[in-house]
Design a protein around this ligand. Sequence first.
Ligand code: ZN
Length: 175
Amino acid sequence: MTAFDLDAYNEQARNGPCFICSMLAGAPGYEHRVVYDDGVHIAFLDRYPTLPGKVLVAPRTHVEDTVGHFTEDEYLALQRVVHRVATALAATVPTERLYVLSLGSRQGNSHVHWHIAALPPGVPYEQQQFHALMTEGAGVLPHDPERDERLAAVLRSRLRLDHPDRQNHPDHRGA
Ligand SMILES: [Zn+2]
């Protein structure tokens, strides 16, 4: 693990443009490895992962209310993507426990998004849960573009609608 520059991150999160909207607009410096995009929702690798393969899922539209913005159907459609991505992640990296949570703040990272992280087997109890997710605690994984591209490629493959793993999915449309 490497130390995380929390001050620089917080400055960007609180005073910079929305990182998700900037990524979607193709703004320089906001590139992420996108693993899923259905036109309404997007999933991409966390740039500062504390666990291998940590993925964020978000609506493409900038909304800030975690549940209130969505109709029940819209929310369930988004959670269907969370389920798909989490299932793909658990099939890709060693996983003892999947973490799924939405955080964010009105003062920074306000565009709602869901964190999906896979806790590997063997992590001591005291280092699980929030401890395993806190960049300011354990630090982040060393920057490794090759690892990230490899993980992204596998996730993209697994999240394709025509992937064999998805043949039995109830809404599979053979696309
Ligand atoms: Zn946004």
